[in-house]
Design a binder for this molecule. Structure first.
Ligand code: HEC
Ligand code: HEC
Length: 328
């Protein structure tokens, strides 16, 4: 069937070529429609031993706790019922859903959080330790190798260190104000509660162990040291992908302001505690700290509260003026 479509494509394309090409009309305002990167087709995973490892790696991304969670059948590394796919949507192949399109091509990589080069296995372990509140897997663990094999397969054809369309987050316009937790709560009750629960606890699968709807806060959710705990990153993810059954990056349900407020509400440590992370050693070079990292010290004069909840414009402007990084 796919071959048929390919042939049809060539025929249509051939027809198009016979017409005299028209010069683009200069009066039209240019509309930039990104041509999104596409992950390879799982049907093309080779039917050999390498393919078996790739498929197994994909299964682990989709269903980590069953194999490697606190009651995992293979080993006990993850510390909660979250699976990689709860954040890396569609096994890391959805545009603007924390996908792995170009991941394998960009490691080893200098990571500001650790202040050193990390291998891809180290980076996988970061997510096992923080979002999954667990402990690192040995790099030569067969399940680690399977995950790496899958990540390599997803990134196939992407040149070393390249970025591809859709492998990052959508941009949102940051409101020029601090996040409004009251409004965040309203947005949560209207758009999120029906799946993630009145107390952010999520909904377990019948196995009472993995999640149909993952928890957003509390002891069974991600640590504060996870990137999802950063307001801007979470707001970008939420706007592009939540509510899970309705939103898409090009058809969002929430406005930028709603995504900003609900991300702050979900990540408000006062009302929504999480498992502990030691954050003191993160970003040893403090000038490299992202503007929405929740723990000081900072190399700018703004208080922790403002780095957590905004407004971020003054921080961005100050950092620009002083030649510092403005990333988030
Ligand atoms: C609670 C959400 C969450 C869960 C669960 C999670 N991650 Fe992540 N992960 C993130 C976020 C957020 C990032 C940072 C993405 C960014 O900054 O673009 C990330 C980054 C990564 C990266 C680096 C991606 C890149 O292109 O640089 C890898 C690899 C990764 N995660 C693997 C995993 C694996 C494997 C698991 C399961 C064992 C997992 N993650 C579970 C949220 C999560
Ligand atoms: C229809 C049910 C549904 C609704 C409504 C919904 N979500 Fe989700 N959410 C999910 C599912 C399912 C996942 C995991 C995706 C997967 O595993 O494929 C998820 C994942 C997440 C995650 C990452 C995983 C984690 O545990 O942190 C966050 C954050 C999140 N949702 C926030 C929200 C917010 C905020 C809203 C409201 C704006 C919302 N969701 C509305 C079903 C829903």
């Amino acid at each position: 069937m796919r071959k048929y479509i390919a042939v049809l494509g060539i025929v249509l394309f051939g027809f198009g070529c016979q017409e005299t090409p028209k010069a683009p009309e200069k009066t039209e305002s240019p509309q930039v429609v990104p041509v999104l990167h596409k992950a390879p087709d799982t049907l093309d995973i080779p039917k050999d031993k390498t393919g078996d490892m790739i498929r197994y790696g994909r299964t682990l991304i989709q269903n980590f706790p069953e194999y490697l969670g606190p009651q995992g059948t293979i080993g006990k590394y993850g510390g909660n019922g979250l699976s990689c796919q709860n954040c890396h949507l569609e096994a890391g192949t959805r545009p603007y859903g924390f996908n792995f399109f170009s991941t394998h091509a960009r490691y080893p990589q200098y990571r500001a959080r650790e202040g050193k080069m990390l291998s891809l296995a180290d980076r996988v372990n970061n997510c096992i330790e923080r979002p999954l509140n667990g402990k690192p897997m040995p790099h030569d663990h067969p399940e680690m190798i399977a995950i790496l094999a899958y990540l390599k397969w997803v990134s196939q054809g992407v040149p070393v260190d390249a970025r591809v369309e859709g492998d990052n987050q959508i941009e949102i316009k940051l409101p020029n104000r601090a996040a409004d937790l009251e409004n965040g709560k309203k947005v949560y009750n209207q758009h999120c509660l029906r799946c993630h629960g009145a107390d952010g606890e999520g909904v377990l699968n019948p196995d009472k162990y993995t999640y149909q709807y993952p928890p957003l806060w509390g002891k069974k959710s991600y640590q504060p040291g996870s990137s999802m705990h950063r307001l801007i990153k979470a707001a970008q993810f939420i706007k592009a992908n939540m509510p899970n059954d309705l939103a898409k990056w090009d058809k969002p349900v929430l406005t930028d302001e709603e995504a900003y407020d609900v991300a702050a509400f979900v990540n408000d440590d006062e009302t929504h505690p999480r498992p502990f992370t030691e954050l003191a050693d993160d970003y040893p070079v403090i000038e490299e700290k992202p503007i929405d990292f929740c723990k000081g010290p900072y190399a700018d004069p703004f208080p922790e509260m403002q780095h957590k909840f905004g407004p971020f414009q003054p921080i961005i402007e100050w950092r620009k003026k002083n030649g510092q990084k403005t990333g988030y």
